[in-house]
Design a protein around this ligand. Structure first.
Ligand code: P61
Length: 464
């Protein structure tokens, strides 16, 4: 089957409300044309994120009823620890309320001012948490990752030549760890191959530098290895995951993605001294080590979710549903990033709206138009999220890619809703010349995309 059907049936439904175009127009104005500021109940299909938006299974909900809310030594922690060890294989398992806290604890413990942390591409919270330590977050993905048309199987791979150059340039003592984000979210949800991971590991070994995974979407990455990498077609997803993590020294995890939960995360690692320092900090800012900012029931749901996500039928459907949307769009000529990612389809906003100048935020303009016309919410992953304006010179640095991400929540939408999204976008693409750009009227100093405000520029301003 090219697009496998759902390997589940629906037991509970949440009604969604249709809104009128006038209502959406008003909401957009009130939100300063920032979709993060629009109430979710006024969104028809919400593709803002796949993070924390999964539908949990009946088994996970049943587990919630078995929550042991003891302050210390909750049985759910031990279950979660056992599951995490059986997949990731690292000695210490430290729960946190979500991914960025795992990042914060790790980096505040091991990263010192002036140091450098290479990654394929850092996600924005990872970058922000490293920069918060006055260190450099360096992106070293292979150059093909920046070509939206280059259709290769492992576009999330690390550029090993540049990694070695970096080590020689800054010195190994200045690199407390290197990271690999699997799949590479900011580069289009693209996987990293086992071979690249193995080679990254052996390069880092030569310099004694630890390797950590940003493991948010590890199961999706493992599925791509299963599907695409020679030698893994007969290997189970669990065994692929075990091999993959065996090349690392630890991982940070937002379980809101491939943990199939609405809240939760963790940090897992082998280094005893780091783990002790991190645990001391955890107690200060998050909670006791056997709950780490979560309820016992959340730990139970996470333990069960981590097992479920490795199911091959589930992953085949999951990756297939994202591919279904991507292929409908591609067949109609809508410009998307190739190949189609694991958790999302990424629209190429530069090609979708060639008449909107870069400094008029084509990605954000597309997000606004998609909501106004069809009630669909996507997220800009481009200049608003990653661009930087220098306050002294007023000059903006632009990221290489200008994208709109349509992230598909796990087990939430039916393929009819996905088809609605495709039809809407195909229609919007036909009328793309009616869409104008935006001007930025407010930005916060960090992670500006959450609270930025915009004004619309008149349509056709740049169409000549
Ligand atoms: C997302 F607009 N991702 O993709 P936390 N690493 C990676 C992530 O994808 C990630 C985190 C770490 C989100 C949520 C999100 O500005 C934004 O559990 C590869 O969210 O703390 C999160 O995990 C952090 C969306 C986060 C954003 C920050 O939609």
């Amino acid at each position: 089957m090219r697009f496998p059907s759902e390997p589940f049936k629906i037991k509970v439904v949440e009604p969604i409300r249709r809104t009128t175009r006038e209502e959406r127009e008003r909401l957009l104005q009130e939100a300063g044309y920032n979709l993060f500021q629009v109430p979710a109940e006024s969104v028809y299909v919400d593709l803002l994120t796949d993070s924390g938006t999964s539908a949990m299974s009946d088994d996970q909900w049943a587990g919630m009823m078995l929550g042991d809310e003891s302050y210390a030594g909750s049985k759910n922690y031990y279950h979660f620890e056992e599951v995490a060890r059986s997949i990731f294989g690292y000695t210490h398992v430290i729960p946190t309320h979500q991914g960025r806290m795992a990042e914060n604890l790790l980096f505040s413990t091991v990263v010192k001012p002036g140091m450098c942390v290479p990654n394929n591409i850092h996600f924005d919270t990872t970058r922000a948490n490293i920069e918060h330590q006055h260190a450099e977050a360096l992106d070293l993905v292979i150059k093909e990752a920046y070509d939206p048309h280059c259709d290769i199987p492992f576009k999330g791979n690390m550029d090993l030549v540049r990694l070695e150059e970096t080590i020689n340039r800054v010195g190994q003592a200045q690199i407390p760890l290197a990271m690999l984000t699997i799949t590479n979210n900011s580069g289009g949800g693209q996987p990293v191959s086992m071979e690249n991971i193995r080679r990254t590991r052996s390069l880092l070994n030569r310099y004694g530098i630890p390797l950590f995974f940003d493991a948010c979407r590890f199961a999706e990455n493992c599925f791509f290895i299963h599907e695409r990498e020679p030698g893994y077609a007969e290997t189970s997803i669990l065994d692929i995951a075990r091999e993959l993590f065996s090349y690392g020294d630890g991982c940070t995890m937002s379980a809101k993605k491939d943990g199939l939960v609405n809240i939760g995360g963790f940090l897992s690692l082998n280094h005893d001294q780091w783990a002790q320092d991190i645990t001391n900090m955890l107690i200060l800012v998050e909670g006791f080590p056997t709950y780490g900012g979560l309820a016992g029931r959340d730990l139970e749901a996470m333990a069960r979710g981590l097992r479920e996500v490795l199911d091959e039928d589930y992953l085949r459907f999951r990756i297939g549903q994202v591919r279904y949307l991507g292929e409908l769009l591609d067949a109609a000529g809508v410009p998307i990033l190739k190949p189609i990612g694991g958790h999302a389809v990424y629209l190429n906003a530069k090609e979708f709206l060639p008449h909107v100048r870069r400094d008029e935020y084509p990605g954000q303009a597309l997000v606004v138009a998609l909501y106004r016309e069809y009630g669909i919410r996507g997220v800009e992953i481009g200049t608003v999220m990653f661009g930087k304006t220098d306050s002294a010179s007023g000059r903006t640095t632009y990221p290489e890619l200008e994208m709109v991400r349509l992230a598909i929540p796990r087990r939430v939408y039916t393929n009819m809703q996905i088809a609605y999204v495709a039809e809407s976008l195909i229609e919007l693409y036909r009328h793309r010349d009616r869409i104008g750009g935006l001007t930025l009227t407010y930005e916060a100093p960090v992670l500006r995309h959450f609270t930025a405000r915009f004004q619309e520029l008149p349509p056709h301003r740049n169409t000549g």
